[in-house]
Write a protein that binds this ligand. Structure first.
Ligand SMILES: [Zn+2]
Length: 215
């Protein structure tokens, strides 16, 4: 990937006119929204800039893209200009959201992993009718997943760290949460339901419990 296409993949938070976070998009899409006047970039003081105004600002130290008129800073947050899109209300049952709910931590041996180290485990095995649901699927390391096989935790003499439930976070939080998210997103995320819970979950898992990043 070239430098510019990497910068164009930078994640940008999208907020509506009420400054509610509604989506996360790419810098490429954010520039298209700005160029078509569908959105304006918010600077650190939350002043909104249209494409021309934004392009005339100094590029600064953060990610920027090269254009014929010089480097343009990638906005961290853009605000939709038109209709007030509302945040999604239901959280999707996805691999990433299950990992996030479980703090990227194996729910049997408590080790944290990268997405490559981790699997989804059906507590009541799929082969015995266990559904893909918030209550029946947990994050598990490959070792525990293999050891458990087609058995229930009781049959395999394994214990879950906690009972799996549907998370209560805002869906946008699930989309926007990552340990390396830009500081500029914080004011838009901090007050959302579940923000503290999610951060605490992340902070509480001891780093020494992690799998090697290269594993
Ligand atoms: Zn494990």
């Amino acid at each position: 990937m070239s430098q510019s296409s990497r910068e164009l993949s930078t994640q940008v938070l999208v907020v509506n006119r009420n400054l509610q976070a509604v989506h996360v998009t790419t810098a490429r899409r954010a520039f298209v929204l700005m160029f078509t006047d569908a959105a304006r970039a918010l600077d650190a003081s939350w002043v909104a800039h249209d494409f021309d105004a934004w392009a005339s600002l100094p590029a600064g130290d953060g990610p920027s893209v090269g254009t014929s008129r010089g480097p343009i800073r990638v906005p961290r947050v853009v605000q939709l200009a038109g209709f007030d899109r509302m945040p999604r209300t239901s959280i999707r049952l996805t691999r990433r959201n299950i990992f996030l709910r479980d703090g990227y931590t194996c729910q049997y041996c408590a080790r944290r992993g990268t997405p490559r180290d981790l699997n989804l485990d059906h507590v009541m095995p799929r082969s015995r009718g266990g559904p893909m649901s918030w209550e029946n699927v947990v994050c598990s390391c490959r070792v525990c997943n293999l050891a458990k096989g087609g058995r229930t935790p009781a049959e395999a003499d394994m214990r879950l760290l906690r009972r799996p439930v549907r998370p209560r976070w805002s869906p946008i939080l699930a989309l926007a949460f990552s340990p390396g998210r830009p500081a500029e997103w914080e004011p838009f995320l901090a007050s959302l339901p579940g923000a503290r819970e999610l951060q605490a979950l992340w902070d509480q898992t001891p780093a020494q419990a992690s799998f090697a990043e290269s594993a």
